[in-house]
Design a protein around this ligand. Structure first.
Ligand code: NAD
Length: 497
């Protein structure tokens, strides 16, 4: 019998009433290693109720006490992050070092949230009017839902829950059912750090769990990350139910390589950003736009590097691990078939490659296409696998127009030695996160992460000051404390004096 991964409610594992389960596999072998509970509406309501009950106590806990728990969580995470990285690698397939990087980027948000006392300070104006003071305060919202994708089972939840908890909210995390164990490990860590029971809860499941979070009246806000169709659904459903929603969606990230770029640097960047984590990153580069006469040389250098990449189990530290599920692997491989059928030039073919001694794994080698056209499905769709498409453009303007025509606007990069061109690009490109000679420009925790267009629904990005604002609501107070001599009626609209 495979072990069952349960929900987490009130500081304890919770099996729930639903008997629905989903298999969790080791992507390197294809074997089922566990099953995860899939909540029904009744289970979801029980977990939401726990977060709801814990809210008043946590809201009124002093900032000093709240931040001490945050610091303790940060210390525990920092000293034991290797454990978490191994859990991630075993269920997701990425290398352990890559998983450690993911945990590190999440930890940066925890560190940012440790400064919440400073971040929550409001303004104060003395004598706004005679004997009248005006000031603002930022209060938590209540129980909030965090719904996360499979590709960053620790980092993406940590884009949200450290700030949510620090600001005084309680949390229900609904992780991806494909790699659910990281969430429980983090829940246990919170308990060890001294977080009161019920403040951080985990609800496993699929659409049924998500729908309950989106419509339950106790849930005040939803932070979602996943594919664009689901992000849009979450945004529409959650806002229709009166909730604050930020929903980050899919991506098709372009890197423009100008003729004056350092071609070795650019080729290294294309391969690292295209095939790292087997391309299962929302900031992966999937379209390389080669501008002008450098295209042949750039493709040759990318191809050389691509052919040398190794596949293997994540713990063996190859260049690339397997894809998360067999179904996803087959979908990505189907895109390669479609690219060939549509007439793109297949320079490196990853189909047929597998890691030695692990025949059942979800293997797909890195794949490089050249002369990709704008109407091919390998260009129009988010593939979310190790497939890099080179599109050729005659000029900077043509390359920029291509990026700006794309429906997604998550990340982008430009490679050049020309500061003027880079500056024009950062100004003109319609994308939320821009790299200049940096292929994966993930913002630091104290800035905010988020794309434009079909890559984000709502108006708040993740973490940074956007995150602080998202998880609080502002109140403006006008107060008058008069000396005892004053009195008299005043029925007119108050005037400043
Ligand atoms: P997904 O959309 O399939 O799932 C995301 C979450 O939604 C999961 O928790 C899942 O259980 C839930 N879900 C799935 N189907 C649902 C449905 N019909 N109704 C309600 N909930 C549903 O995404 P994924 O495959 O887990 O992750 C990959 C996607 O996430 C890619 O599109 C990637 O670009 C995107 N992503 C985006 C960012 C970003 O910052 N913009 C970051 C990471 C991943």
């Amino acid at each position: 019998m495979a072990k069952t991964i349960t929900h987490w409610l009130n500081g304890e594992p919770f099996s729930g009433a639903s008997e629905r389960r989903a298999p969790v596999t080791d992507p390197a072998t294809g074997q089922v290693t566990a099953e995860v509970a899939l909540a029904g509406a009744e289970d979801a309501r029980a977990v939401i109720e726990a977060a709801h009950s814990a809210f008043p106590g946590w809201r009124d806990t002093s900032l000093a006490r709240r931040t001490s728990v945050l610091f303790a969580f940060r210390e525990l995470l920092n000293s034991r992050k290797g454990e978490l990285a191994e859990i991630i690698s075993a269920e997701h397939g990425k290398t352990v070092s890559d998983a450690l990087g993911e945990v590190g980027r999440g930890q940066e948000v925890v560190e940012f949230a440790c400064g919440i006392a400073h971040l929550l300070k409001g303004g104060h104006t003395e004598n706004a009017s005679t004997q009248v003071d005006a000031y603002s305060i930022h209060q938590p919202l209540g129980p909030v839902g965090v719904i996360s994708p499979f590709n960053f089972p620790a980092m993406v939840p940590m884009w949200f829950f450290p700030l949510a908890v620090a600001a005084g909210n309680t949390v229900v995390l609904k992780p991806s059912e494909k790699d659910p164990s990281a969430s429980l490990w983090m829940a246990r860590l919170w308990k060890e750090a001294g977080l009161p029971d019920g403040v951080f809860n985990v609800l496993h499941g699929d659409k049924a769990a998500v729908d309950e979070l989106l419509t339950h009246p106790a849930i005040r806000a939803i932070s979602f990350v996943g594919s664009t169709p689901i992000a849009e659904y979450v945004y529409r459903t959650g806002t229709a139910a009166g909730k604050r929603v930020q929903a980050l969606g899919g991506a098709k990230n372009h890197a423009i390589v100008l003729p004056d770029a350092d071609l070795d640097l650019a080729a290294d960047a294309m391969v690292s950003a295209g095939f790292g984590s087997a391309g299962e990153r929302c900031m992966a580069i999937s379209a390389c736009v080669a501008v002008g006469p450098i295209a042949d040389e750039l493709v040759a250098r990318i191809a050389d590097r691509t052919r040398g990449l190794t596949l293997g189990r994540g713990s063996a530290e190859p260049d690339m691990g397997p894809l998360v599920t067999r179904e996803h692997r087959n979908k990505v491989s189907g895109y390669i078939d479609a690219g060939v059928a549509a007439g793109a030039e297949l320079v490196v073919d990853g189909r047929g490659r597998q890691a030695e001694g692990l025949p059942g794994g979800h293997w797909l080698g890195p794949t490089l296409f050249d002369r990709v056209a704008e109407d091919m499905s390998i260009y129009t769709d988010e593939i979310f696998g190790p497939v890099l498409s080179v599109v050729r453009a005659e000029s900077y303007d043509e390359a920029l127009a291509l990026v700006n025509r794309n429906r997604y606007g998550n990340g982008t990069a430009i490679f050049t030695h020309d500061g003027g061109a880079a500056r024009r690009f950062q100004n003109e490109v319609e994308v939320g996160m821009v790299g200049i000679n940096v292929p994966i420009p993930v913002p630091m925790a104290y800035y905010s992460f988020g794309g434009w267009k079909a890559s984000l629904f709502g108006d708040s990005h993740a973490h940074g000051m956007h995150g602080v604002h998202f998880f609080t609501r502002a109140k403006a107070v006008t107060s008058r404390w008069q000396d005892p001599s004053h009195g008299g009626l005043q029925l007119g609209f108050p005037q400043n004096a």
